[in-house]
Ligand binder design. Structure first.
Ligand code: DGL
Length: 297
């Protein structure tokens, strides 16, 4: 019989961005045990090749399973867009058949389309008012076309216009000065508005978990009144509902989360604590990949 204290829910990101999600998860589910892994040693992911992102994501998830998680949330759009489906179909059933991996992409697509992920509804059946959604994301998330594809299947009346922000996650990870970040965000916002020929979208989605950390810069750079959609709260709602349906994957026992990094804890911790809003003392990751995960690539 497994010890309930052994159970944990893993949260994974390339670096600091997933802390925005973890913060919302711990607020929504204060009596669960979470463990966070930031792959700061390899961040940012957004300009890496799909093969590299897949390999790093599998390795990160495998390490969280090695720490005792049964369920891992990819709090990283780049990892979710590029690696999640492949990982679920090929590596997971062979390496850890009883464990599960979820991503941040699904809750956002559900919120935009108003349709549950698994709904089997022919395209267009629930067509509502035509509207345009702008998406800011990493280069690789944009290239994957995951958001336009999944939104288009469920809500063809929604036009999705994407804008890659290739430098932004790196600037956030490096704790760049606010004016540098604001200038970069203005450039990306101008790029989006150009693609939209100056017509403001109904809403804009921050499709990278690093970006809520600079949401104020996006709000200042966009035309007034454009709604900003952020993932952390949506992911928390979605995880709460998922755990109700899957109590076997739940992790009762509310403790302060533990924080692991593949980078240097001394460098990562001060910034992380600011972003998490509470102390986030990172420690080095000591768990090695336990099941030669890269063999399954
Ligand atoms: N925070 C991640 C995302 O949601 C990754 C950013 C990066 O590492 O480039 O896409």
């Amino acid at each position: 019989m497994e010890n309930a204290g052994w159970r944990m829910i893993g949260v994974f990101d390339s670096g600091h961005g997933g802390l925005t999600v973890l913060r919302a998860l711990t607020m929504a589910l204060p009596d669960r045990r979470f463990v966070y892994l930031g792959d700061h040693g390899h961040a940012p992911y957004g300009n890496r090749s799909p093969e590299e992102i897949y390999a790093l994501t599998v390795q990160g998830v495998d390490r969280l399973f090695g720490l005792g998680c049964r369920l891992v949330v990819l709090a990283c759009n780049t990892a979710a867009a590029v690696a999640l489906r492949r990982l679920q179909q090929t590596w997971l059933p062979h390496a850890w058949p009883e464990r599960r991996v979820l991503g941040v992409l699904v809750p956002m697509v559900e919120a935009i389309t108003g349709m549950p992920w698994m709904a089997d509804v022919p395209a267009g059946r629930h067509a509502g008012e035509p509207r345009t959604i702008g998406i800011f994301a990493t280069q690789r998330t944009v290239d994957s076309e995951a958001f336009p594809r999944e939104i288009g299947k469920r809500a063809p009346e929604v036009t999705v216009v994407q804008q890659a922000c290739p430098e932004l996650a790196r600037l956030i990870e490096a704790d760049a000065p606010r004016d540098v970040i604001a200038a970069a965000v203005r450039g990306y916002a101008d790029g989006l508005m150009e693609r939209l020929r100056g017509v403001p979208p109904s809403a804009v989605m921050l499709g990278c978990t690093h970006y809520p950390l600079v949401a104020d810069a996006f709000a200042a750079a966009l035309p007034p009144g454009v709604e900003l959609l952020c993932q952390p709260t949506l992911t928390a709602k979605s995880l709460t509902a998922y755990l109700e349906r899957h109590p076997e994957l739940d992790a009762p026992g509310g403790e302060h989360p533990s924080f692991h990094t593949t980078g240097e804890p001394g460098r990562v911790t001060p910034l992380a604590t600011r972003f998490f809003g509470r102390p986030a003392p990172f420690r080095p990751l000591v768990v090695e990949p336990s099941r030669a995960p890269l063999e399954a690539i």
